[in-house]
Design a protein. Structure first.
Length: 111
């Protein structure tokens, strides 16, 4: 009975230490200004785009919103995700064609 109580206490202490470590990590990130720096960088890019837009309007140049929005799209795919995507598309094609084949078969059978 004493051994089970000791395991529970050990697990609780481990969990408490993990939570404390996570809190310290988040607190230090807040204190060092990491998140604020990230937000400020995005704001600066937006302010630069606004200034560029205003300059183009003042010069009478044709203006398109897509020219001023910089959206970086990162491709996170790898060989496994591409394989899964191709497999999914293949299964979809096979099932779609199979259903179409059976539908046509039953149409000819009952008409």
């Amino acid at each position: 009975m004493e051994e089970k109580k000791n395991k529970t206490k050990t697990r609780f202490i481990f969990l408490f230490k993990c939570i404390l470590l996570f809190f310290a990590f988040v607190y230090l990130m807040g204190m060092t200004g990491y998140y604020e720096t990230h937000l400020q960088k995005n704001t600066i890019l937006t302010q630069e785009a606004i200034l560029e837009f205003e300059k183009d309007v003042a010069e009478g140049l044709p203006v398109d919103l897509k020219d001023y929005i910089r959206k970086v799209e990162v491709d996170y795919s790898n060989k496994y995700s591409r394989f899964g995507d191709n497999l999914s598309k293949s299964i979809n094609t096979i099932l779609t064609e199979g259903v179409k084949y059976f539908s046509d078969f039953f149409k000819t059978l009952f008409s």
